[in-house]
Design a protein around this ligand. Structure first.
Ligand SMILES: Cc1cc2nc3c(=O)[nH]c(=O)nc-3n(C[C@H](O)[C@H](O)[C@H](O)COP(=O)(O)O)c2cc1C
Length: 189
């Protein structure tokens, strides 16, 4: 069975980003694809230290829980990282994670190549477009396939539990999830 990993970088207990990912995950599952939502919450994700040990070891040597997540991504066909917007850009730990995931892929068998997905950004009021662009750089440099929808993958919500009320944003994420799943089913035939 094909699988998509959805990565949530919110530190909040009742996270808007997680609520949005739950919607996305359901849409993917509706097309017969397995999903796993992984939270970075509680992990102290470190930034790449450019040690290059991933070339020789096949995974990142920073022991903060990310290497295990990298193994899960390696064995999946889809990847969807999601970030709350902090001061107009992506929360820092998701960028640190993406840089390390990309470094390991490029140091090994390029497992990200042709992986399907795209980024999601959640914010109270502004900064989603730059956050999406920031995260898209990871997809483009790793030969990944970003899937489209009716709008960009941005959802509005500030207080906990409010993003789900952004019906246009949520509809867009549902369509995005379905499109991700449809493409995975097509290209892995
Ligand atoms: C440090 C910090 C910076 C933030 N910066 C922005 C911002 O630039 N633009 C915005 O619209 N919301 C900003 N927010 C609000 C969050 O993006 C918003 O509450 C979002 O729903 C959080 O998602 P979460 O519940 O998944 O953590 C900021 C929140 C924090 C804690």
């Amino acid at each position: 069975m094909y699988k998509v990993i959805l990565l949530n970088s919110s530190p909040r207990k009742q996270s808007n980003t997680k609520d949005v990912l739950n919607v996305c995950a359901k849409a993917i599952e509706s097309q017969g694809i397995e999903v796993e939502i992984i939270d970075l919450k509680g992990k102290d994700i470190k930034s790449c230290i450019a040690c290059n040990k991933c070339v020789e070891k096949g995974n990142c040597v920073l022991n903060d829980g990310l290497p295990e997540i990298i193994d899960k991504i390696r064995n999946s066909q889809g990847f969807i990282p999601a970030a709350p917007v902090y001061f107009g850009t992506a929360r820092a730990d998701i960028m640190a994670a993406l840089q390390r995931i990309g470094k390991v892929s490029r140091a090994t068998n390029k497992f990200l190549s042709w992986m399907v997905g795209g980024p999601i950004a959640v914010a109270r009021r502004g900064g989603q477009t730059l956050t999406l662009q920031e995260m898209s750089m990871f997809f483009n440099i790793n030969e990944m396939i970003i899937v489209g929808s009716n709008y960009w993958n941005m959802v509005f919500g500030g207080l906990e539990g409010t993003a789900i009320e952004d019906s246009e944003g949520i509809d867009n994420i549902e369509l995005f999830g379905k499109n991700v799943a449809k493409l995975i089913n097509l290209i892995n035939k």
